[in-house]
Design a protein around this ligand. Sequence first.
Ligand SMILES: N[C@@H](CCC(=O)N[C@@H](CS)C(=O)NCC(=O)O)C(=O)O
Length: 216
Amino acid sequence: MSEIAVYGIPGSPFLRSVEIALKEKDVPYQLHAMSPADMKTPEHLERHPFGRIPMFEHDGFCLYETQAIIRYVDDILPEPPLTPGDPKARARMNQVIGIIESSLFPKATAPIGFQRIIGPRLLGMPSDESIIAEAMPSARTCFAELDRLLGDKPYLTGDEVTIADIMLGAQLDLFSECAEGRELISGTRLEPWLERMRARPSFEATQPPAMLREAA
Ligand SMILES: N[C@@H](CCC(=O)N[C@@H](CS)C(=O)NCC(=O)O)C(=O)O
C-alpha cells in the first residue's frame, strides 16, 4: 500500500472516523495534526476550500468529506469490508450516515459538544447554556431514532461493523464526555453498543486527547 496521509485536529470525531477505518484495515498512515488556528490558513484552504477537517491524501489523490474518504478506503482495501453486501443493510448504513450529517452533528453533537467540550476545554470559552437548551429537543429526537434503528442488533446494520458504526461511535464517544451526552444515551441500546465499539482495538488506538475527556 502506497502512502496515505490524513490532516486534522486530534479529537475531531470526523478525523477519528477516518483513523478508525484505517486501523480496521490495518494500514499505516501519516497523521498531520493541526490546531484550530490552522483551519482557515491559505495552506489548509488549498487542501480544503471549506476550511474543514479531515483531509485525506493517497498517492497525490486528495479527498475530503469523511464518508467519501472511508468509502474510498473501503474500496481500495476491501478486507475486512466496512460496507454490507445486502442492499437493505447497505441502505440502512447510508441512512445512518445521512442522519449523522444532516441531524446528529449539526443539531446535537456540534452545538452541545462545542459548548460543553470543545469551547471550555480546548479554547477556554464559557458554555452558552441557551444554545445547549435549544439543541436538546433535536438531540432527543436523534437519539430516539438511532436507538430505534439499532434495535436489538449488535451493530447498526446487523452482525458486522460498518462505516455507520464507525462514524456514530466516534461522535458518541466524545459526546459522552459531557453530562448531556451521557443523559441522552443513558438507558438506550446505544449505550451497550458504544461499549462494544470502544472495546475495538481501532477505537482504543485513536483516543481523543485527554484534555477533552471530562476528568481532565
Ligand atoms: N461533512 C464534513 C464535516 C467535517 C466537519 O464539520 N469537521 C469539523 C471538525 S469536527 C470542522 O472542520 N469544523 C470547522 C468549521 O466548520 O469551520 C465531513 O464529513 O468531513
